[in-house]
Design a protein around this ligand. Structure first.
Ligand code: GLY
Length: 460
């Protein structure tokens, strides 16, 4: 499946490029040293390379010219690599995944010499620095004079456009990633108890992701208990869960390079208490409505704004905001409690390529500037839908904002929410010709299901 998939992606992209001359290099990238140490960061192949080559080897280059088509150059392990990290993947396996013969990367220099003088577009990872330890690319700097940045920008943009709608092989990986994420979150929901730390939950959840097929976590796991839940990307700490806390966990598995991205929020005890229940129910209703509306042709920005309006209406009903929901959203008052966007495209990156149509730039409006996708949805796109409600001191304690929103916000009511933390509910949604398919639907998020899972943590 993968072999055919990578070949089909390359054919489709080459047709879109419609080049009649020139050459294109798509580089996977080089392992990045950890400054001041003799170690490297975990290697992540550039998504453009992985998408078109079907493999994820470091120091490798996919090359194209319109006359001869595609060639794949892969770094073979040096003696040093073989001693310290092993023989590397079997070349037959790489060929089978890529659907192309694999050549040693040293041959790339000759391939380039044969095309000297042609416009050259460099895609993928642009970091050509030689690494003293092990991985080496031929000295591409020699050809830098012919790198055509405008051409590269156009071709790269076309790859991003191609990457938006996922093909069956990609969806298969994304479904497996979603299944692993479900297992991790279920374990956390079934076992979290006051006295355990955020770190305890991270460790157990991530172990379960790996037991269920994850190759890595798709991003740094977020666990926020109590007030920490309001820090959008909080790193798990030694803070213990306490009775009365909400716990927000945003964690996803990566499988074969493809991310899942899932957030659940639950009470540290067995049940949601007081205003937690009302606000959770509101965020849940906003999320369900947005998922239902994620249909072909719908502008993601409109989906976001409709979700904001629904949230604002609920906050008016709960006595937190004052005014008409539409006016509140026009004034960005909702963003005091929901500052981020409704979600983003998902795939080979957690915030996947092509999130905005060419020519569109993120608005600098407070209520829109962190919206990571601005395009009409199409069948095959996978997006996250992740509304939230947060009590963020950095926003709410700002005197300028308090003055500006003095009539729109019931500040006395907000004071009673100090330390509340946050609620986010996030699922991965495949846009189809018909009803949206929620790839993470097997992990429930409605209050009865969450409380049923939580009761297991307190059953001897
Ligand atoms: N779920 C992590 C992020 O979207 O940044």
């Amino acid at each position: 499946m993968e072999r055919a998939a990578a070949a089909q992606r390359r054919s489709a992209v080459a047709r879109t490029w419609a080049l009649d001359r020139g050459a294109v290099l798509v580089a996977s990238g080089l392992p990045l040293p950890i400054a001041g140490t003799d170690q490297f960061h975990d290697f992540h192949a550039h998504p453009e390379f992985r998408y078109l080559a079907g493999i994820a080897e470091p120091a490798s280059v996919l090359a194209f010219d319109p006359a001869e088509g595609w060639a794949l150059f892969v770094a073979h392990p040096t003696l040093e690599d073989r001693i310290w990290t092993g023989e590397g993947p079997d070349p037959d396996r790489l060929e089978s995944l890529a659907g192309l013969p694999v050549q040693p990367v040293e041959r790339l220099a000759a391939w380039l010499e044969a095309r000297r003088g042609e416009p050259l577009a460099l895609l993928g990872n642009h970091d050509l620095a030689d690494r003293p330890e092990g991985y080496r690319l031929p000295p591409l700097e020699r050809f830098e004079a012919t790198f055509d940045e405008d051409l590269a920008a156009r071709l790269s943009w076309q790859v991003s456009e191609a990457r938006r709608a996922k093909d069956p092989a990609e969806l298969d990986a994304m479904r497996r990633a979603a299944a692993a994420s479900r297992a991790g979150h279920l374990l956390a929901l079934r076992t979290a108890r006051p006295g355990l730390t955020e770190r305890d939950l991270q460790v157990e959840l991530e172990a379960e992701l790996f037991r269920h097929g994850a190759d890595r976590t798709a991003y740094g796991t977020i666990v926020g208990a109590g007030a920490n839940g309001a820090i959008l990307h909080v790193a798990p700490s030694r803070r213990e869960l306490r009775d009365g806390d909400l716990v927000l966990i945003d964690a996803g598995a990566e499988v074969d390079g493809y991310a899942s991205d899932v957030t659940r929020t639950f009470p540290a005890g067995p049940r949601f208490e007081g205003i937690q229940r009302d606000l959770y129910q509101l965020v849940y209703a906003v999320q369900r409505a947005a998922i239902e509306q994620a249909r072909p042709g719908v502008e993601y920005r409109d989906l976001h704004l409709r979700a904001c309006e629904r949230l604002a209406a609920g906050l008016v009903d709960l006595g937190i905001l004052r005014g008409s929901p539409a006016d509140l959203v026009d004034a960005d008052a909702h963003a005091l409690f929901f500052p981020h966007g409704l979600g983003h495209l998902l795939g080979l990156a957690t915030h996947d390529a092509g999130g905005c149509l060419q020519g569109r730039t993120p608005s600098d409006r407070f209520g829109l500037k962190w919206l990571r996708a601005d395009l009409p949805l199409q069948p095959g796109y996978v997006v996250t839908i992740e509304p939230g409600f947060y009590v963020i001191p950095a926003i709410l304690d700002d005197p300028v904002r308090r003055q500006h929103y003095r009539h729109a916000v019931n500040w006395d009511r907000v004071e009673t929410l100090r330390g509340f933390g946050g609620i986010r509910i996030e699922d991965d949604v495949l846009v189809t010709e018909g009803a949206p398919e929620v790839l993470t639907a097997a992990l429930p998020s409605d209050i009865p299901a969450i409380e049923a899972l939580r009761s297991e943590a307190f059953t001897p």
